[in-house]
Design a protein around this ligand. Structure first.
Ligand SMILES: C[S@@+](CC[C@H](N)C(=O)[O-])C[C@H]1O[C@@H](n2cnc3c(N)ncnc32)[C@H](O)[C@@H]1O
Length: 407
């Protein structure tokens, strides 16, 4: 069946219409005419796979990666980076219409379109390393061109190691790059004897057991070659550990932090969902005072280690600590950078009640961002929106919305 692509969905798929019914076709661009196969239907829309491009967009190009369209990771390798940014801006504009924002959006591209990720997590399945695709199939990979080149070298070493040591309960391996080391986390679903090999000598190795690596329920069992290792951001060294959150694209994270600091000089600021304190530390250089709130213990401990005299850190849930903080002290601004779940209603209510003048909401998830903006917009107006291209080649993006209290 032939379909003309008339739009792009928020998840990056091309959108067409057949007999009035919407069909989503990944890896297609507006204006293209494509042949579609394997159509799956539900009552509201259809989903199809690209069989052949009949009329191509002028921006279509050869994907860089041999796994593109198979591994489920990238959405836009089939077009130029300029076109990818245009598409993302269009997706963002469409989303922001839901909160009546129609102004121009400034965007900050990534210096590198490839090899930018300082962290990736690979699945271990049937003795192989790879990704789980969206349809839950497994695909083995030898490299991932989104990951830093040193991470790619480490994948090669690990593949050889895993061939020799056949683990039964290993579920995933996470690679993180610090200034001078690669940290490798082995996650097992049940306890199993870990076999150390000389090939792991160049890495900082952590053995975990549990379910979700980022949760505090995951237990660290053993480490090898453990040493203090750091990540330098904007001239500041931040200790890096196996568990705490770090923005995945250093270049774009620096642009984001710089933008926030430029707007908050001399202010008293709350940095909610503050991770290991990299942004707090950076803000503390020019702000009057910064209070970070972070639930994860290991991240909080790093923030405590690096704090300056005008920086405080609260270890707890934002929804449980913000109200009492705001009852004790006045703040000029709050930065919100929650996980994909967004903010709890009580967080938004506490901000409104305290009448904080400026809110910077950083998000990589449209549905929770729009949900929370709708509530904030009862008392705030959206001043501007910036898009930071933290995740090139994918439909994900980091968005920073600046709101100010209505007069
Ligand atoms: C997207 S990260 C942002 C980290 C930080 N802003 C940065 O740039 O490195 C979200 C952080 O919020 C923490 N977090 C998630 N839910 C939370 C909650 N309800 N209260 C406090 N912290 C939370 C996570 O542990 C994580 O460190």
């Amino acid at each position: 069946m032939q379909v003309e692509i008339i739009d792009i969905s928020h998840s990056g798929s091309g959108v067409g219409k057949v007999d009035g019914k919407v069909i989503f076709i990944p890896f297609t661009d507006i204006g293209e005419i494509v042949e579609v196969k394997n159509i799956k239907s539900n009552s509201k829309f259809d989903r199809g796979e690209l069989e052949k491009v009949i009329l191509s967009s002028k921006d279509r190009c050869e994907p860089f990666c041999p796994y593109f369209s198979k591994c489920g990771g990238c959405d836009f390798q089939f077009v130029s980076y300029e076109r990818e940014l245009e598409i993302k801006l269009q997706i963002l504009k469409n989303e922001l219409k839901k909160v009546n924002f129609f102004e121009k959006i400034e965007f900050f591209p990534s210096k590198n379109r490839f090899f930018y990720r300082n962290k990736i997590k690979l699945t271990y399945f049937n003795g192989k390393l790879g990704y789980h695709t969206l349809s839950n199939n497994f695909i083995e990979i030898s490299n991932c061109p989104l990951a830093d080149k040193e991470i790619n070298d480490a994948i090669e070493t690990l593949k050889k190691y895993l061939k020799e040591v056949k683990y039964q309960h290993l579920t995933s391996i996470t690679f993180r790059k610090s200034d001078d080391k690669i940290l490798i986390t082995f996650l097992f679903k049940e306890k199993e004897k870990f076999v150390y090999s000389k090939s792991l000598d160049n890495f900082v190795v952590g053995i975990f057991i549990g379910k979700v690596l980022e949760s505090d329920k995951t237990k660290l069992i053993e480490t090898f070659n453990f040493c203090e290792t750091y990540k330098t951001m904007l001239g500041t060294k931040i200790p890096l550990d196996f568990k705490s959150f770090f923005q995945v694209n250093d270049n774009v994270a620096e642009k984001l932090y710089q933008y926030i600091l430029n707007n908050l000089k001399d202010k008293k600021v709350i940095n909610a969902y503050s991770g290991q304190g990299a942004l707090s530390l950076y803000l503390a250089k020019k702000c009057q005072k910064v209070v970070g709130i972070e639930v994860q213990k290991s991240s909080h401990l790093i923030a405590e280690k690096i704090k300056t005299s005008n920086m405080e850190n609260i270890n707890g849930l934002v929804e449980e600590t913000l109200n009492s903080l705001l009852e004790k002290e006045n703040f000029d601004a709050i930065v919100l950078d929650p996980a994909r779940e967004g903010c709890q209603e009580s967080v938004i209510e506490a901000i409104k009640k305290a009448k904080i003048k400026d809110v910077f909401y950083i998000s990589c998830n449209f549905s929770t961002l729009i949900r929370d903006l709708k509530k904030l917009c009862e008392n705030y107006i959206i001043e501007n929106v910036k898009m930071f291209d933290m995740f090139p080649n994918t439909a994900n993006m980091e968005v920073c919305v600046r709101l100010s209290l209505k007069k």
